[in-house]
Design a protein around this ligand. Structure first.
Ligand code: PRP
Length: 216
């Protein structure tokens, strides 16, 4: 019997930009996550199903075998730690960056120069802690789960560490990007045990994705 493969994806850019890679592997998702309320989506292949989870939860589902394979942003992987999974491919999709942003009237360079203690609001506490510690800047991190842009606007934080893609969200909220911490793209992640137990079907998907990326 062909083993069932469960693929974890998050709605939005990652889902949309993974579809062409799935097509290259002969896999077509049969329902649109934007209109369906289902969390388990069937595909044209009886042995492959897609589960929809929060972007930050993709590594956790793959780590614990809730999914055999998944597509996770480098940001989510760094925050999670990446234990229990292989990371065979940088899919080079859902590209953006993690940056530091402040209110336009906040003198970030001077605050850093003076060795001020910065209040930084972010969902990305690991990335932020590492970045500021490497710079020797003391920070108090405020963990948020979304709408980070609000924190400097209402005086709760001096800076945010967040994903920036077009920069439109920052501009709309009068924030400026003052440092780029790292480039982000999405990676294919595979549960370590699944790769042994379901080696052939998983390898076919990984190889098809790799070929599709190489053609771009
Ligand atoms: C991300 C990020 C910013 C926005 C940046 O949020 O947190 O708010 O995108 O994109 P831009 O530079 O193109 O404006 P996302 O929409 O992924 O949702 P989230 O708030 O759940 O992270």
């Amino acid at each position: 019997m062909t083993p069932q493969i469960t693929l974890a994806l998050s709605k939005g850019r990652i889902f949309d930009e993974t579809l062409p890679l799935l097509a290259a592997a002969g896999i077509e998702v049969l329902e649109d996550p934007e209109t369906s309320r289902k969390l388990i989506l069937p595909t044209n292949r009886p042995d492959v199903r897609v589960v929809l989870v929060r972007a930050t939860d993709v590594p956790t589902y793959v780590q614990y075998g809730g999914a055999d394979i998944g597509v996770a942003g480098k940001d989510s992987l760094l925050e999670h730690g990446g234990q229990g999974m292989f990371r065979p491919l940088d899919l080079q999709i859902a590209r953006c960056r993690v940056s530091v942003a402040v209110r336009a009237d906040f003198d970030y360079a001077q605050a850093v120069r003076q060795g001020a203690r910065l209040k930084v609001a972010t969902k990305y506490t690991h990335i932020a802690r590492q970045f500021f510690s490497a710079k020797g800047v003391h920070v108090d991190l405020i963990k948020l789960y979304g709408s980070m842009e609000l924190a400097p606007l209402i005086g709760m934080a001096d800076a945010i560490v967040d994903l920036v893609s077009t920069g439109n969200t920052l501009r709309a909220n009068d924030l400026v990007e003052v440092e780029q911490i790292m480039d982000i793209s999405s990676h294919l992640v595979v549960n370590q045990a699944a790769l042994k137990l379901k080696q052939a079907p998983l390898k076919r998907i990984i190889d098809a994705f790799a070929r599709a990326i190489a053609q771009d």
